[in-house]
Design a protein around this ligand. Sequence first.
Ligand code: CP
Length: 304
Amino acid sequence: MEHLLKLSSLTPDEIIHILDVADEYKRLHKAGTDPKDLQGKAVALMFGKHSTRTRTSLEVGIYQMGGLGTYLSAADMQIARGEPIQDTARVLGRYYDCVVWRTYRQCDLEEFAELAGVPVINGLTDYAHPCQVLADLMTIRERRGTLAGRKLCFVGDGGSMANSLIVGGLLAGMQVTCVCPEAYRPAADVLMLAHKYGSAFHFTSDPVEGVRDADVVATAVWNTAAPGTAESEQRLRDFVGFQLTGKLLEAAKPDAMVLHCLPAHRGEEISTAVFEQHADEIFDEAENRLHVQKAVLAILLAGK
Ligand code: CP
């Protein structure tokens, strides 16, 4: 693994290896014996959008590993005043051992990675959220013991979370169903890849059909527009029925897990009751961002 830009660049064995290393980092952290595998290493954490989990879990994880994580707000950098990403990549690559970037366009991230000369990690683009989905897979395996053959259903907007859950779930051997309104389908290349998995993948716009017999139901914010705007009002209309409620989850397995990458909009993509009923799972998922990103860093920078 040279970078972590999207899960489709990984093999099934590489995904399982990340999860195995993450489990070990979690075990060692709970035992109070964090290995200092990033001693002398510096990681740039460049954010062009808001973040709570990604930023803080990386800062704390790098500290636990004995390295230096530098938070860089893209709004405060010359990149915000027009310095080309190509130049920013070549500069940061000479100072840092690794760069994490949260930005908009996947093509910008991929161009950055080509030029940086050091490993680059996707901290979220409009296309993919690989760190989040690795944490999701870790959480499912931790709670259910296995991934292969289990049914994972995503309900929501066909954006970065849908794209990455489809790819990550299929690579991990899961049965994956994606439920989105027709106008909010996942990326075309993701659907093309998914359809190569035959009956292991199913796309539908019917939430009850999609959730049926699921072992895991995941969602994410679908009302991403600013409150009160025309786009927000449109999304509220388009996503009627796409809320994880107790009623909808009656179609899933009785012990189905619920995952949410957070932040959550209660009363939109998930009801307050379902959120609180599954809060242990959801906050384990958030915690596992810490452990799984430590694993990714250790694999990229310390030969794990
Ligand atoms: N899930 C996630 O990426 O959270 P943040 O936006 O807070 O980083």
